[in-house]
Write a protein that binds this ligand. Structure first.
Ligand SMILES: [Zn+2]
Length: 88
């Protein structure tokens, strides 16, 4: 009976220890890096060095935009102006 108990408990405890140690490692690694900020458009988390901060509106609210969204906006605008130019 004790043997069966050991077989079930040992892997679980080892797994738990591994999970806890990896979690602590992840916490330790994420702390010294740049603070994460949410992109105002896609709502994804990015480190601050991958975002652009812009003060928008009269209230001076600061929004962050990621490169992917800026590129998407740029392509959208480009597409729009291209269509307008074709219509002329
Ligand atoms: Zn984005």
């Amino acid at each position: 009976m004790f043997f069966i108990f050991c077989i079930f408990i040992l892997p679980i405890t080892i797994l738990l220890i591994l999970l806890l140690s990896t979690r602590q490692k992840a916490n330790n690694e994420s702390q010294p890096t740049d603070p994460m900020e949410v992109c105002a458009l896609c709502q994804k988390d990015f480190p601050m060095n991958q975002l652009i901060e812009k003060e928008i509106g009269t209230y001076g609210r600061v929004y962050c935009f990621c490169g992917e969204c800026i590129e998407k906006l740029y392509n959208e605008l480009k597409g729009q102006t291209d269509i307008k130019q074709e219509n002329k």
